[in-house]
Structures are given as structure tokens and as C-alpha cells.
Write a protein of this length. Structure first.
Length: 357
């Protein structure tokens, strides 16, 4: 029959071939779909997390500066003459009004004695002229001339008394003689520098704050000074500039620290912290920080198996970590694997039991 009707065989073979091809195409599409589905749903990345809790901390303004004297003055000679006696040495403590050195009097005492005798004479002359004027025997012009001479003598006596007083150079306030510019026998002219006196109680730390920070500060506000050896001292703001520096656009701040015993020195490098307000923040180490796709530094944490990202908002820096705000009171922060996940990724978490993270 097949020999008689060969076209029937051809049709049967064509149908069988079409069926076989269709079967392969369907299977291929099914396998391809399964592979695509497997690529689209990779297994979640494993990360380690540690629960970090927020705590109340003080937000601070941190300044850096140096300790400086409360006052500094350069004493200068007000009379000329040779240095006769030195009473204080460099580094010695001085009291207000205490004599530091003496300048030779020369002939000033004799000149003062003469001026006083002349003053007594002119006093008598003025009294006589006034008496005669009352009786009508002396004109007013002569009385006025005698009075002018009397005033001249009085001024001369006062000037010589002041000169003699100024031969003793005294400390204007209690402090320390930082420098002495003269030696025994030196000849001083009027205006020559003699010594430098500094007042180290209170000690002053000066710094500059920004326009944003100055509005949070006030005179009398407490501040903490930390020395290079980690020693801490308390002080208070005593001065706030009301005009910004035209070059830096910052405002000058002065903090005064009690130094009655003189154990704090001038010129020390210090860190000054001025507390502002108390807020809730978490403490982290630099190892927990990561970058997002935009290059922003922040913290990656997990909520319901999904990676979250919070940019760093620093409250303050300590020696053992950084306090930041913006996280919840209880946050599962990624400690291992944060570099391999992005915000929105699904992750599988395990608890980090290490003490340091």
C-alpha cells in the first residue's frame, strides 16, 4: 500500500518531524524560563549584625586653642636715669603695687626742695597782693599775675613729686614677671621697656566659632578644657564677640579658667568643649562606616531583612569612637559584609557576638 501510495508515507514523516520539533521547542522554553527565574532570585547575602542602643549624650562645640594670660603689660620707664636697684627677677611672683626696680634719683630731691621754697615765697606774695587789693592799693592785674606764679610753682612741685615717685617702677597688678629688659647700671630713657608682667589667674583660652554655632552660646556658659595629657579643667565663657572677623567670618570666644594656685601655664595646646543640648545618639567605630552608591558615608543596618542606610550626622567625637544621631533607639547595625550590600537588598542576618566591632 505504501508502495502504491508513497505520498502517504511522506505526509506521516512530515507530521512526525513537526511533532518532534515542537516538543523540543517547548522543553527548551521551559528550561530557559527556569534558568531565568533562578538568575532573577539569587539567595540572600549573609551578613553579621549587632544591636546598638541609643543613649542620651551632650552635643558639644569643639574648639582648639592655646592658654593665654588674662593680662599682659610691658612696663616702660617714665623718667630717665640709671638703674640703681633690681628687686625682682624673671619668673618671680609679684603683687599689685610691689616695687620691681629703682632708678637713681640724681638731683631730683634738691630740685623738689627748691621748688617747695619757691612755692612758699609765691604763696606769701599772692596773699600780700590780695590784701593790698582789698584795701585799694593793688590792682587786679597784679593780683592775677601773682596767682599765675603761685599756680606755676604748685605745678612744678607736683611734677617733681611725680618724677621721684616714678623712679620706683611698680607692678600694676598681681602676676608674674615674665621678662626683665634691663640690668643693674643700665641707663634708661623715657619710654624704654623695663619688664613684662603677666596675670595667669584666670587663664584664658581663645577660639573662634562659626555663624551657626555663635547663636547657641552665652556669657557664663560652662566649658571643659582638655590638655594634651588628657587632664581636664572647667571654665566659663567670659566674652563673645558681637562682630565677625572680616577675613574668616568667625566670632571670637574667650573662656576663663580658675588658676589661683598657678599650676596651669600659658601657651599650652588645649581642646575646648562647650556643651549645647542633650540628644539621643549611638556610639560607633570607623569600622562600621560604609559608602552608598552616591559616595555618602553612613551606616548600613537591617530592618525586617532589608538593608537600610543612614548618612553620618556626627554629634561629637571621642577617643574611642564617634557619636552619631539619626538611628533608632535600637538598631541592628551591619558589622560584617556592609561593603557587599546596598540599600534595599534582602539579607540573611546572623548575630555578631564579638566584643569589638
Amino acid at each position: 500500500m505504501l508502495n502504491k501510495y508513497p505520498w502517504i508515507l511522506s505526509i506521516a514523516l512530515a507530521v512526525a518531524l513537526a511533532a518532534w520539533l515542537a516538543s523540543g521547542s517547548i522543553n527548551g522554553e521551559t528550561q530557559s524560563s527556569e534558568k531565568t527565574q533562578q538568575v532573577e532570585t539569587p539567595p540572600p547575602i549573609k551578613v553579621r549584625v549587632k544591636t546598638i542602643y541609643a543613649r542620651p549624650v551632650e552635643q558639644n562645640i569643639t574648639l582648639y586653642g592655646r592658654t593665654e594670660p588674662n593680662r599682659r603689660v610691658i612696663l616702660k620707664a617714665e623718667v630717665d636715669g640709671r638703674v640703681k636697684e633690681i628687686l625682682k627677677q624673671r619668673g618671680e611672683a609679684v603683687q599689685a603695687g610691689e616695687a620691681l626696680l629703682k632708678i637713681a634719683l640724681n638731683d631730683r630731691p634738691q630740685l623738689l626742695e627748691h621748688a617747695r621754697a619757691e612755692l612758699a615765697q609765691r604763696q606769701l606774695e599772692y596773699q600780700g597782693a590780695s590784701s593790698l587789693n582789698t584795701k585799694g592799693f593793688q590792682g587786679k592785674a597784679e593780683v592775677a599775675r601773682k596767682l599765675a606764679l603761685l599756680k606755676e610753682s604748685q605745678a612744678r612741685v607736683a611734677a617733681l613729686q611725680r618724677e621721684i615717685k616714678n623712679t620706683i617702677i611698680e607692678a600694676p597688678f598681681a602676676g608674674t614677671m615674665l621678662e626683665r629688659n634691663v640690668e643693674m647700671g643700665d641707663y634708661l630713657s623715657v619710654g624704654a621697656p623695663v619688664a613684662t608682667i603677666v596675670d595667669l589667674d584666670p587663664l584664658v583660652v581663645r577660639g573662634d566659632v562659626t555663624q551657626q554655632d555663635i547663636q547657641h552660646l552665652y556669657v557664663g556658659q560652662p566649658a571643659t578644657m582638655t590638655l594634651a595629657n588628657s587632664e581636664k579643667h572647667q571654665g566659663r565663657i567670659r566674652y563673645l564677640s558681637s562682630v565677625a572677623d572680616e577675613h574668616t567670618n568667625t566670632f571670637r570666644v574667650e573662656v576663663a579658667l580658675d588658676n589661683a594656685d598657678g599650676h596651669l601655664l600659658g601657651g599650652l595646646s588645649v581642646e575646648l568643649q562647650i556643651p549645647l543640648e542633650q540628644i539621643r545618639a549611638v556610639k560607633i567605630t570607623p569600622a562600621l562606616m560604609a559608602l552608598n552608591e552616591s559616595g555618602v558615608i553612613g551606616i548600613k543596618w537591617v530592618k525586617d531583612g532589608i538593608v537600610q542606610f543612614t548618612p553620618i550626622d556626627v554629634v561629637r567625637n571621642d577617643t574611642d569612637g564617634t557619636w552619631i544621631r539619626g538611628l533608632k533607639d535600637e538598631t541592628q547595625v551591619i558589622t560584617v559584609g556592609q561593603a557587599f550590600v546596598r540599600e534595599g537588598d534582602t539579607v540573611q542576618i546572623s548575630i555578631d557576638t564579638s566584643r569589638d566591632s
